[in-house]
Design a protein around this ligand. Sequence first.
Ligand SMILES: [Fe+2]
Ligand SMILES: [Fe+2]
Length: 170
Amino acid sequence: MKISDSEKRELESLYSSFFNNEKIRRLMDIPMHRGSNTFIHSFKVAKLAVKRGLRHKSVDLKKILVASVLHDYYLYNWRSDRSKLKGHGKNHPYIAAKNAADDFDIDEDIVKIIKSHMWPINFKEFPNSKEARIVNLADDHIALKEGLCSVSFKAKRRQKYMDDISHLFS
Ligand SMILES: [Fe+2]
Ligand SMILES: [Fe+2]
């Protein structure tokens, strides 16, 4: 779908308000997929999901953007707190959705997208909107790529990843 320059600017400024948000920056301290962190992961998912969203005729790009950035906003480190490990795959979307609703002004559609990002691991939460399926698949894609790269490869590229995710459209 075609979007106007002003819509583009609006999305870019929404993206950058999250990118520079102190609460969101806490995700840098949450490790993800061996050597990555949840901040880099979430913004990579957001960029890919918005890019894929643009290929569709009518989707809400703003919802895709916000839900992607917040989809892993669970804010605990299961690697240091092993008590959180059990059920993490199924439970973290609910925790992320609750934290996100507590800290940001988000609507029920965004909450649903966050909750369904782990389908089919959590089979109960089917992604039942186009936006939810786009976020779900973008998360799978990025997680798979992160899982395949070695820890040292990711450590060396941390600055490049930060540069890559510094803007939505670049
Ligand atoms: Fe997740
Ligand atoms: Fe994720």
